[in-house]
Design a protein around this ligand. Structure first.
Ligand code: HEM
Length: 284
């Protein structure tokens, strides 16, 4: 039996295995339509209909950025070819119609597999970018409402080593981001669940509900592009879950080696020592 492997495997290359691990992104490849498009979109439609107050959020000053985001997104979709932008609705790649009467966040969330977070630069160039709006259907144990309004370093407060090792580099990367030169990176971890929608408060983090004996690689293809008018950065997050049985033998070995290198604090932040050992054993 041949396996096709995981579509995203950043742990296979030392340049992308560790954060920040960013590379240039072809602007035409901003948005993906992966093989999991239809089932993910069905779940996004439901979440946006039933739980909009959890999956969308914006500060009062986000209006101009949201208007620009909506225009840039629709322009991109119209050129892309996989979506059909009409006068009253957009026909999606899975042949569902999404009405253009929706607000920018609901519209983006129901047209794209990506979750989107909008981050505004501060008045002073030395200020960190701050989260002003988002549509977040597939959070990996965080909550939009809790992070809204915060700058990048306080957003990452629970992440071990972020303030010491990453924040200065991420801030430089944000400051230098040009509208015509978007960037991407892929975050990865292994979890005992394939659940996509996992909102959790940082003050009440619990282990993810585990499916006994099973593990999934969870990757987030993250894109960064600056809107030319407002200067706001659009951070896109496409989540993919792949059962570890579907990895190629080389990916399994690469994933195991990369996991085995994780520092104790990172293990504690993600799965905890016991689950981590079980994942290593399952990948052996
Ligand atoms: C180059 C840019 C960025 C880098 C290198 C980065 C890095 C990281 C890392 C290493 C983690 C821990 C992930 C894990 O082990 O699974 C993390 C978590 C997180 N990141 Fe980022 N990040 C970046 C941009 C952003 C942006 C723009 C946002 C805006 C919303 C964001 C929001 C978060 C959140 C909410 C978490 C979870 C924090 C928690 O546990 O409460 N990140 N990030």
């Amino acid at each position: 039996m041949t396996t096709t492997g995981a579509p995203y495997a950043p742990f296979m290359d030392p340049r992308t295995a560790h954060p920040p691990g960013v590379s240039p992104l072809d602007p035409a490849a901003w948005l993906v339509v992966d093989p999991d498009y239809a089932p993910q979109m069905a779940q996004r439609d439901r979440l946006i209909a039933d739980a909009a107050e959890i999956v969308t959020s914006a500060t009062e000053d986000a209006g101009p950025a949201l208007a620009e985001f909506r225009a840039v997104l629709l322009d991109h979709l119209a050129r892309d070819g996989r979506w059909r932008v009409g006068r009253a609705a957009v026909l999606r790649p899975d042949d569902a119609e999404t009405p253009l009467s929706l607000d920018a966040l609901r519209l983006a969330g129901r047209l794209c597999q990506e979750d989107f977070c909008l981050l505004a630069p501060g008045a002073d160039p030395a200020d960190e970018h701050r989260l002003i709006a988002g549509v977040l259907c597939f959070p990996s144990r965080w909550m939009l409402s809790e992070k809204l309004g915060r700058p990048l370093t306080p957003i990452h407060r629970p992440v071990p080593g972020y303030a010491e090792n990453l924040s200065a580099r991420v801030n430089r990367l944000f400051a230098a981001l040009r509208p015509d030169r978007p960037l991407m990176r892929v975050n990865w971890l292994v979890w005992p669940t394939d659940m996509l929608h996992m909102p959790q408060s940082e003050t009440a983090k619990t282990p993810v509900p585990a499916v006994p004996g099973r593990f999934w690689l969870r990757t987030e293809r993250q894109t960064l592009r600056r809107l030319p008018e407002t200067g706001v950065v659009v951070f896109g997050i496409k989540t993919t879950v792949t059962p570890i049985e579907d990895l190629t033998p080389a990916q399994r070995a690469g994933l195991r080696a990369a996991l085995a290198e994780k520092a104790e604090a990172e293990v504690g932040y993600s799965s905890g020592r016991d689950v981590h050992e079980a994942i290593l054993a399952a990948l052996a």
